[in-house]
Design a protein around this ligand. Sequence first.
Ligand SMILES: Cc1cc2nc3c(=O)[nH]c(=O)nc-3n(C[C@H](O)[C@H](O)[C@H](O)COP(=O)(O)O)c2cc1C
Length: 137
Amino acid sequence: MKTSILYATMTGHSKKIALEIARELNISAYNIKENPQIDSCDLLLIVSGIYGGQCKQELLEFVKHLNGTQVKSAALITSSMKKVTQKAIREVLTSNGIEVKEEEYLCQGGFLFMGLSHPNKDEIAGAVEFAKKYIVD
Ligand SMILES: Cc1cc2nc3c(=O)[nH]c(=O)nc-3n(C[C@H](O)[C@H](O)[C@H](O)COP(=O)(O)O)c2cc1C
């Protein structure tokens, strides 16, 4: 089973989560900023923060170009202050024929002086466990 990770970050939390999952699963993590080429995969993990209630526009634009032939399924890992979901990303992926796992891992983030210690070790470990659930040999 081929698994990849795509992440979008502004303040580094999503990168931290994505790199830890990549390390644990021994797979590649791609930063949306580098406009990566996503090869065919069975599972794409998408890690992102939420800004003004939304995910990053560049992530939304990027996933519009993914389809179900290239990416069979996706799972969303989201960090925000208020446990906001990546609703728009889910909708685009689903309408492009990609199965999106129903459960989304919501991880506490931080902003300025609020939630400074998040995501913490346990929350990052939780994201790793969430990702592992979908890995089948
Ligand atoms: C400019 C900005 C806007 C944000 N807006 C929201 C928001 O609307 N709702 C929310 O729950 N969290 C919001 N947050 C908190 C982030 O979603 C949270 O800190 C997340 O972990 C950031 O991920 P990142 O470090 O990968 O960029 C905002 C953070 C920043 C920097």
